[in-house]
Design a protein around this ligand. Structure first.
Ligand SMILES: [Zn+2]
Length: 1161
């Protein structure tokens, strides 16, 4: 006999006995039900609900309430059961209304106003009813709030349990916006505030936390409406709550109070527009020839309060909302998923890309005569002769547009100079890079002077660029340079130091120990960059270089309550404005703000390559609000920042708040730190970007933009990234950035150095220009493979027939991690590592290392100069507006047209919401399965080879995690490189590689933040993965296999080719737990703990023991009709009922509920 039977019996008795004649039976059944439900888990209650238990209880209630006088021995257990079952029944409100039970319960409550035990029972059920908004609204119009208010006011410590139940019922009622409105209009808000103050002041020993919190919940719900917030402000609510919270901070028990009060304070803090004249970027770019509709969302006036208040009230009965939101975006149209070889341009156009595949027509004549001489000559002509095809971004001239013909390699040292070599220490980077020694020797300085000659050769194409001034009063620095450059360190205020002076002197001291970096080449490249602000300054870190620190930093442990503390500190600006300075100390839009040093404040600067900081406001002595610049020609995409700060004091904790972040959450809440670079540290031999900052958190703030200014998004809100920093030196010059910067000039310099350092006998290397960008910067295209072993026909054939691998990075400029991974890939590819050697023999690599140079240069986060996300343009790229995408796609089309579509395509990105490194790929079947499609997937044939590479990487790359990979095709991604290359070019292995900005949650680097070294390693491991993929998936010559077998311990790997089965994917959609603290104060549901059923259960339980013990201030008084028999019989859950024998079912052991299948506990 199990629950099912009890229930059945119960319903039977219930229906049969319209009178209370069977009272004993009913009592017994109630008792057993109570017993069963309090011992079981939620599953039992859900079982009861599913079998119509709620309806049965409501029906019984109607009958019991009708009897005169009401029989409380039946009513009370009924009400308790209703409260317990009702809170778990998502359709409870609907059922209550159907049974017309609201009036019954309300009537019972009114009758028992003076009997607190009965009243409390009614209030529990009212509270549960009110958790349904519609029912709550009905109750509100029927005068429930008036009744409750009468119970809770004025302040009194008598009948606290009843008061608590009333307050909690009121809080539930106030979730209805019309109830809130009614409450405000009746003046209850002020009353609640006063009541809260009374409880706060009198509850010195914190015995009534739940009452105080209940009152706060009332205030929290009431302030969901604008009228509520206004009244709250007018009633000095901010001051009252803020002050009360200060008293609570020291006591950890009071967390529920502090948390709720803080949520209210955040919500009611008056909304403000961002303190900028316009949301549009400080940098604008006239789009050539295209009248792109000017964004009309100017200005920032408007209603900041309309936060969807008028929306229809949500009815919680309409559940199943959570069902399939993730899958909604999946592409389920099989035709759209299938490979679709169509061309987005006239076929004739493809011919031009033949020139971008010089490897296919190279005849290697140089093998006959003097190989080196010939080859370099050819190199020379190839790069310096006006190339017959450099696709033109635009023909319209504008201020920043300067046409350049020369390819970038021209700026490097003359390749004819055979005696060039980077000093040895540059070559000993990691053991993976085993360079062949080159006989010829020359000093890097000399080589770099060649590089620096760019300016002399062609003044028109470069401009003066100055290194940022070094730290003041730098004794160590004077000692280093005084004799050589006395004049240049003259600290004349504002006096610019000529880069040639300081830089030259600095360079002589540069230890040259940063692999693949040369400050001279960097300067030379930076001079040729075309930027919208026309940069005149060179940031020190980019110039001097970054050397990965010898250790990895663990993820930052989140300090308890850090967000709360920061938010309260923000609120303090409003309540205690005495120490608020509010002075703009830096403003891109008003240069007058920027230059002179203000006493007592930090000095900021951001006008350099990749720099992004629009405005800095000194809030308090050591606290600054920072505003990032929007992407060029847009009013959004704030995430990337990179700026200089100077004039700091040693060891003082400075707090910075980046106040216009947009993403709803950030890895800054999960252990990520920003990066800092100190010039003093660098000059002392530690040139490195380091993870830094503490007290970091990310939360929604009170800045908002009107619907108009927000680009149509109604009441768009901003988020604050806050962090504190203690600078390592007094009066240092430091740079802070979102992530390790990697500029366009850094990439261009890197390519030069790579080319110079390769072994030309082994490495075939061509650098061409894919096209010019809108901003007039060349977008380089690389071809890397192995030189053929000889000129013999077989070897040449092998050379020409190598499959292609196409790699790209940095379409999103803020994702600098992608560039570091690409750096690792490139360095490995040209290295003399035998694995690299083998890999080059397997593939021809086509690489676009930076698809969005303009975005990178101008400090954008997401877009190009046109304000478009270039990775959403792949379906129909515009040759004028999206030249790099247009031509990258064109080249891919060309490769396909000659039957040489790449074996692997991979686009490197950074991911700001997840940890680890992982791939996104494309699979028809997995998409259809995930979407639950009815299509017969058995008839669709799909090569599962797309899973091989990620599986390999999971084994060989420590930062890579297979479980984070996904192969689903989403509609919203249909215009990304990955999906278009998969579908239109027909590349099975088309991937997006996502690298975290933060760190790893799995594997070797678990718990650590990634540094540049780990990112670069990922790039080289991808290469290794490609080699293994080749060995596993493609026919290989015996020779190649033998070579590979020597290098790789992969016999197992290689032999199990057949075993490419597609195992069940374990997709991780979300890898972060819910936030410790509420980032967004408007998500006010679960934070009440209203889904936490145990709370009310416990309340009921406590109340019972109190009723039995009759000890409290509100015990049963004599003469009340609640018989102890009833109490005993009904409150039994822990003890056997005396009359249990009356019911045969009771004798069944608890463990064998046959009606309750598998899990009795
Ligand atoms: Zn991206």
């Amino acid at each position: 006999m199990g629950l099912r039977h009890v229930l059945f019996l119960w319903i039977l008795v219930n229906n049969k006995s319209k009178s209370s004649s069977d009272k004993d039976v009913i009592l017994n059944i109630l008792s057993v039900l109570t017993d069963l439900l309090s011992l079981g888990t939620g599953r039992r209650i859900h079982y009861v609900i599913s079998k119509g238990g709620t309806e049965a209880l409501l029906q019984a209630l109607a009958i019991a309430a009708r009897t005169e006088p009401p029989d409380h021995s039946i009513l009370l257990p009924l009400l308790r059961l209703l409260a317990r079952v009702g809170q778990r029944d998502r359709k409870f409100g609907l059922k209550v209304q159907k049974a017309e039970a609201t009036d019954i319960i309300l009537g019972l409550a009114r009758r028992n106003l003076s009997h607190h035990l009965y009243l409390t029972h009614c209030l529990w059920v009212l509270r549960v009813c009110a958790s349904n908004v519609t029912t709550g609204t009905t109750l509100g119009t029927n005068g429930t709030m008036e009744l409750l208010f009468k119970v809770i006011t004025p302040y009194s410590k008598r009948h606290v349990r009843t008061v608590r139940a009333a307050i909690e019922a009121l809080a539930a009622l106030l979730k209805s916006k019309s109830n809130s409105r009614r409450a405000v209009n009746k003046g209850y808000l002020g009353g609640l505030l006063r009541l809260y103050q009374d409880w706060h002041h009198h509850d010195v020993s914190n015995n009534y936390i739940y009452i105080r919190r209940g009152l706060l919940l009332c205030l929290k719900h009431i302030t969901n409406i604008q009228l509520g917030r206004e009244t709250f402000l007018g009633s000095l609510g901010m001051e009252i709550l803020f002050t009360s919270v200060q008293d609570c901070l020291s006591c950890k028990n009071l967390d529920p109070i502090i948390t709720t009060a803080t949520q209210i304070l955040r919500k009611c803090y008056p909304k403000e527009p961002l303190p900028v004249a316009t949301l549009r970027s400080s940098y604008s770019f006239p789009l050539p020839g295209i009248a792109k509709s000017e964004n009309p969302y100017e200005g920032s006036e408007g209603d900041y309060e309309s936060d969807g208040e008028e929306e229809t009230e949500k009815d919680l009965d309409n559940e199943d909302v959570e069902s399939k939101e993730e899958d909604y975006d999946l592409e389920t149209d099989v035709n759209k998923l299938k490979t679709r070889p169509v061309l987005d341009r006239p076929e004739e156009e493809l011919g031009q890309y033949e020139a971008m595949c010089p490897e296919l027509s190279h005849n290697f004549q140089e093998f006959e005569s003097e190989p080196e001489e010939e080859k370099t000559l050819e190199d020379k002509t190839e790069s310096s002769a006006p190339f017959h095809f450099i696709p033109n971004a635009t023909s319209v001239k504008h201020a920043n547009y300067r046409w350049r013909k020369q390819s970038a390699t021209e700026m490097g040292p003359d390749p004819k100079e055979k005696d060039f070599k980077v000093p040895l220490q540059n070559l000993t980077k990691k053991e993976k890079c085993r360079w062949h020694p080159i006989d010829e020797k020359r000093d890097i300085i000399k080589a770099a002077q060649d590089a620096g000659s760019c300016e002399d050769e062609d003044r028109a194409k470069s401009h003066a660029i100055t290194l940022r001034p070094l730290p003041n009063e730098a004794a160590w620095y004077k000692k280093m340079f005084y004799s050589e450059c006395e004049y240049s360190i003259n600290p004349s205020p504002g006096g610019r130091l000529e880069s040639s002076d300081v830089a030259t002197n600095l360079l002589e001291k540069h230890q040259g120990d940063i692999p693949f970096h040369s400050p001279r080449i960097y300067i030379a490249k930076a001079k040729c960059v075309k930027s919208i602000p026309d940069y005149k300054d060179l940031a020190f870190p980019d110039f001097w270089g970054h050397q990965s620190p010898p250790y990895s930093k663990p993820m930052l442990e989140r300090k308890y309550g850090v967000q709360r503390d920061k938010v309260l500190d923000d609120v303090r600006r409003l309540i205690q404005p005495d120490d608020v300075i509010g002075r703009t100390v830096f403003d891109l839009d008003e240069p007058s703000h920027s230059s002179p040093r203000l006493p007592g404040s930090l000095t900021f600067f951001s006008k350099f390559e990749s720099g992004n900081l629009r405005k800095a406001i000194q809030v308090r002595e050591f606290e600054y609000d920072l505003i990032m610049n929007a992407d060029v020609n847009s009013n959004q995409h704030h995430q990337w920042f990179y700026f200089e700060v100077r004039d700091m004091k040693l060891a003082v904790p400075y707090r910075f708040n980046v106040i216009n972040c947009e993403k709803f959450n950030s890895q800054f809440n999960y252990g990520m730190q920003l990066v800092i670079y100190s010039v003093k540290e660098a000059l002392q031999g530690r040139p490195r970007w380091l993870r830094a900052g503490y007290d970091i958190c990310y939360y929604k703030n009170h800045y908002c933009c009107s619907a108009a200014a927000g680009g149509g998004m109604s009441g768009k809100c901003y988020y604050t990234l806050t962090f504190s920093i203690k600078f390592p030196h007094n009066d240092d010059v430091c740079y802070l950035a979102y992530h390790y910067p990697y500029t366009y000039s850094a990439m261009m310099a890197h390519l030069d150095i790579l080319e110079q350092n390769r072994n030309p006998k082994k490495v075939y290397w061509r650098q061409q220009t894919l096209c010019q960008t809108l901003g007039g910067n060349p977008c380089p295209l690389l071809t890397i493979t192995a030189m053929p072993e000889s000129k013999k026909r077989d070897d040449l054939e092998q050379f020409y027939n190598r499959p292609y691998v196409f790699l790209m990075a940095r379409v999103h400029p803020g994702e600098s991690n992608a560039s570091w991974v690409m750096k690792g890939t490139l360095e490995f590819l040209v290295s003399s590592d035998p694995i690299a050697d083998l890999l080059r023999k397997c593939f021809i690599f086509k690489i676009v290392p930076m698809l969005n140079p303009d975005g990178v240069i101008n400090g954008n986060h997401r877009c190009s100069l046109s304000g478009d996300d270039l990775n959403r343009q792949w379906l129909t790229p515009n040759s004028q507006v999206h030249p790099t995408i247009y031509h990258a796609k064109g080249l891919l089309y060309y490769l396909r047209s000659i039957g040489r579509a790449p074996l692997v395509f991979c686009d490197y990105h950074g991911h700001s919401q997840k940890k680890n490194v992982f791939l996104y790929g494309c699979s028809i079947k997995e998409t259809l399965w995930q979407a639950g499609c009815m299509v017969d997937t058995a008839v669709i044939t799909e090569d599962v080879g797309y899973r091989t590479l990620p599986k390999i990487l999971d084994k060989v790359a420590p930062a890579f995690v297979m479980n984070s990979c996904s192969f689903l095709v989403e509609k919203s991604r249909e215009s990304t490189a990955r999906v278009v290359v998969w579908r239109e070019i027909g590349v099975l292995r088309s991937y997006t590689m996502e690298s975290t900005y933060c760190g790893c949650s799995h594997g070797l680097y678990k718990g650590l933040q990634l540094g540049t070294q780990e990112l670069e390693e990922m790039g080289s491991k991808l290469c290794l993965g490609l080699l293994i993929l080749h060995l596993k998936s493609l026919p290989c010559s015996k020779k190649l296999m033998a070579q590979a077998a020597l290098l790789l311990d992969l016999e197992e790997e290689i032999t199990d080719r057949a075993q490419r089965s597609c195992s069940n994917s374990s997709l991780e959609t979300d890898d972060e737990p819910p936030c410790v603290e509420e980032i967004d104060y408007n998500t006010d549901s679960s934070s009440d703990g209203e889904r936490d059923f145990s709370e009310l259960d416990q309340e009921i339980q406590e109340c019972l023991s109190w009723a039995e013990g009759e000890t409290e201030d509100e015990g049963l008084t004599t003469g009340q009709s609640c018989s102890s028999k009833a109490l005993r019989g009904l409150y039994i859950s822990s003890q056997p009922t005396p009359n249990s024998t009356a019911l045969p079912l009771r004798s069944t052991a608890l463990g064998v509920y046959s009606g309750f299948e598998s899990s009795p506990a």
